[in-house]
Design a protein around this ligand. Structure first.
Ligand code: URA
Length: 330
């Protein structure tokens, strides 16, 4: 099999139609592979390296150097380098790290894996709408009933065939019907797909610790995702999948009317703010979505893979604490 990315597809190896018979979601796996190859090609890669340890290390550096500009559309997984994040808007005081987090000093990233540091200028606040949420606020019992009705609609949704065919169940979201804070994630992962609850896997455990660290309780905040079905292989939700789910998450937010929406990662921030800016550009600013203040922070799954970015995430959470008056007694 050739490693030349410009070469026509190889006729060696398994026929994709054979894969379809083995995996229900083979089309999605092949699609994700295609997206990855297209990304590598756009990044300037023309030949795949042989996978020796040295070659992997060399190519890690070369790909990091060829990463898209900070304004390019990015996902939490491809967000700017943690070291750049830390230097983006350095907190005036680093503050204590959340309980589960380690400070950059405590985690050593091998020098060869360090992408180049970049700085980002702050962006002005994005105002999706400065008008109040449409309609009158409902009494709490009616909010709960309306959320339940919406969850039933979501559970029956088949707008995205690929997702509907692969999911075990939809993951609507959970929390009190009149929350002050909403944490808005990307899409369910494997654990969430199994349990039907948001943020119950490893990223969810870190998120729970981050919520504790800002003197809130997980049970007092509402957790929801941009997309209600697990994308196969945990790939990013596609733009048409986000568009199909927009009605659901926007109605959910309109019912909840939180004072603050914390977007976790680029997918939710870009979807809510209708922006293509990276999380590195969107963070450290309060944006506006109707009556809600919106803060974009790194996704906890990204923080698990890039512990150096925890300092930046902590600076963002401190900003939220200060604005919302959160303290140990609140
Ligand atoms: N990641 C998300 O964005 N949402 C979840 O519910 C779990 C992991």
């Amino acid at each position: 099999m050739t490693n030349d990315l410009n070469a026509p597809p190889s006729t060696d190896g398994p026929d994709p139609s054979d894969l379809s018979s083995k995996f229900d979601c083979a089309g999605d796996i092949l699609g994700a592979g295609g997206e990855l190859l297209a990304h590598l090609h756009r990044s300037g890669l023309r030949f795949l390296p042989h996978a020796g340890a040295d070659a992997v290390s060399q190519w890690t550096q070369r790909l990091a150097a060829a990463a898209p500009s900070p304004d390019a559309e990015t996902h939490a997984d491809t967000a700017p380098s943690p070291s750049a994040a830390a230097t983006d808007n350095p907190p005036t005081s680093p503050g204590p790290a959340p309980a589960a987090t380690s400070t950059p000093a405590a985690t050593s990233t091998p020098a060869h894996a360090e992408p180049p540091a970049r700085r980002f200028s702050p962006v002005p606040a994005t105002v999706v709408s400065s008008a109040p949420y449409p309609g009158a606020p409902l009494p709490v019992a009616e909010i709960a009933t309306s959320l339940q009705t919406l969850a039933t609609d979501v559970a029956a949704c088949t707008r995205c065939k690929a997702l509907a065919n692969c999911r075990s169940q939809t993951v609507f979201g959970e929390g009190p019907p009149q929350p002050r804070f909403v944490f808005f994630g990307e899409a369910p992962g494997a654990e969430e797909d199994k349990s039907g609850r948001p943020f119950v896997g490893a990223a969810g455990q870190l998120l729970t610790k981050m919520i504790d660290a800002i003197h809130l309780k997980r049970d007092d905040v509402y957790l929801l995702n941009t997309v209600k079905c697990r994308p196969p292989g945990n790939r990013n939700p596609a733009p048409d999948e986000i568009a199909n789910c927009r009605e659901y998450f926007e109605t959910q937010l309109q019912l909840l009317r939180p004072e603050y929406i914390v977007c976790l990662g680029a997918v939710s921030a870009q979807a809510l703010l209708q922006s293509k800016l990276s999380i590195g550009r969107l963070r450290q600013t309060f944006h506006q979505y109707h009556d809600s203040k919106v803060l974009a922070i790194y996704h906890p799954a990204y923080l698990l893979r890039n512990p150096d970015a925890k300092r930046a995430a902590w600076a963002d959470l401190q900003m939220l604490m200060k604005d919302a008056g959160l303290n140990p007694s609140s």
